[in-house]
Design a protein around this ligand. Structure first.
Ligand code: 5AD
Ligand code: SF4
Length: 448
């Protein structure tokens, strides 16, 4: 039995991978502890998406390996995207590291720990073979929400992005395994699932995912709509989200499925990245600004209140002031509920790395600040517009900021705080009448 601690950098997919690793280690007889001080095994789950993400993970890994002087029995290892990118070279960058496992091979972690305890090491595994469906379905979360992988890898070739080279080619999990996994989660009290894939709308496009004789009760044809339908029918699952989207997948059928399937939230994360056609083309995003607009229009036609969130990169090579202003204007026009703004970071061996990273850091920072400020104003207006209205929230529990209050989230994922008169419990979906709002938080009272 080993006491272990997992530290996660990066996206929701990494959060899920850490959850999977935790579940597999527990199954193997090990025990999760709350702090790294108590741990004999430290696993750092790394991200490669931007240079800063890698620097943070490398810094943490070096720090952790230094603590091996104090804790001689401590095992320290890295998993995730940066391991895949660096391969064995990671051992040069982080001396005394015990293991390094790429994102496809994380199910091999318990076996690798056994081997290290038996005196082997350092061990590197950056193979491409995934674990079995049974291994990949393991969960250990408490609470009411869980992430579920539906699609691994990415076949898009956005010119700035490291992900296709570290996460491999697209592969969709069979719908049956996903449904079985979520049924078990529902039996264990999970109410909300977020279906994950780098480009989730490609679900079922490269490999068969539904049995040949599967007939969609609602008559859906697209694999993602059919999957959403099957998950919607699972008893106890009241909320379904999926991320990340791409305009090409925003079909009328998907929008209708989102409306008809009651558990599916009226929310879509639809990264736009830029509002300039020439930048989008060089990013190789596969859509124009007009095509993005049309995708949003298709969604809003069917679901007028859908919340749309996005990712934007500022300072892509060659981004002019005018390109940037087009992005700014598009964000305003669409009226995103939330936006994550990133400063462009050159990633080794991506096509964009061939181009000069010619927007100064200062200018990137400046553009970043402008978009953040715009977004705050927009988000504030969207929140304020909800004052006097009722929203449906999934109750998560006591608010971390104020123990006298409770909190939950709207379908748009906005935190909503309310006073619990004792009638409401974790996992309920309730109506709250909003009487106050800040940028990211709504405040209100329970509607009886
Ligand atoms: N530089 C900056 N941001 C990036 N992203 C992906 N690659 C890069 C990069 N090289 C952003 C994109 C993506 C999000 C997860 O990270 O906006 O949607
Ligand atoms: Fe997630 Fe991409 Fe970072 Fe990997 S590199 S953890 S896929 S954001």
């Amino acid at each position: 039995m080993i006491k272990f601690f997992v530290k996660t950098y990066g996206c929701q997919m990494n959060v899920r991978d850490s959850g999977l690793v935790t579940a597999l280690l527990i199954k193997h007889g090990h025990v999760a502890v709350a702090t790294e001080q108590e741990a004999d095994l430290i696993v750092i789950n790394t991200c490669s998406v931007r240079g800063k993400a890698e620097d943070k993970a490398l810094g943490k890994l070096r720090l952790m390996t230094i603590t091996k002087k104090e804790f001689p029995n401590r095992i320290v290892g890295a998993i995730g995207c940066m391991v895949q990118r660096l391969g064995e070279d990671i051992f040069d960058k982080v001396p005394h590291l015990d293991f390094a496992i790429g994102p496809n091979r994380i199910t091999s972690l318990p076996g690798i720990i056994d081997a290290i305890q038996a005196g082997q090491g350092p061990i590197c595994d950056v193979g491409l073979d995934k674990g079995t469906e049974e291994e990949l379905s393991a969960h250990s979360e408490s609470g009411i929400s869980a992430f579920v992988n539906i699609l691994f890898g990415c076949n898009r070739r956005c010119t700035y992005c490291i992900v296709p080279s570290v996460r491999g080619t697209e592969w969709s999990r069979p719908a049956e395994s996903i449904v079985n996994e979520i049924k078990v989660l529902a039996d264990n009290g999970i109410k909300e699932v977020t279906l994950l894939g780098q480009s989730v709308m490609a679900y079922g496009k490269r490999n068969e995912v539904h049995p040949e004789d599967y007939i969609s009760p609602n008559g859906y044809i697209e694999p993602l709509s059919r999957l959403l339908e099957a998950v919607n029918n699972i008893e106890g699952i009241n909320r379904i989200r999926f991320t990340s989207g791409h305009p090409s997948g925003c079909t009328i059928e998907l929008a209708k499925a989102m409306r008809e399937l009651t558990a599916v939230c009226a929310h879509m994360h639809l990264p736009v990245q830029s509002g300039s056609d020439s930048i989008l083309k060089r990013m190789r995003r596969g859509y124009t600004v007009d095509e993005y607009r049309a995708a949003v229009a298709r969604l809003r036609n069917v679901l007028p209140d859908i919340a749309i969130t996005t990712d934007v990169i500022v300072g892509f090579p060659g981004e002019t002031e005018e390109d940037f202003e087009q992005t700014r204007a598009l964000m305003n026009e669409i009226g995103f509920n939330n936006a994550f703004i990133f400063k462009y970071s050159t990633r080794p061996s991506t096509p964009a790395a061939e181009w000069e990273d010619n927007v100064t850091d200062e200018e990137k920072m400046n553009r970043n600040q402008i978009l953040l400020k715009d977004q705050d104003e927009r988000a504030s207006a969207i929140s304020n517009a909800l004052i006097g209205k009722n929203v449906d929230i999934l109750v998560e529990g006591v608010s971390s900021r104020n123990k006298d209050r409770w909190m939950g989230r709207t379908e748009a994922n906005t935190i909503t705080v309310f006073e619990n008169d004792g009638t409401v419990k974790v996992g309920d979906i309730i109506k709250v009448h909003i009487n106050r709002a800040t940028i990211f938080t709504l405040y209100g009272e329970i509607v009886k």
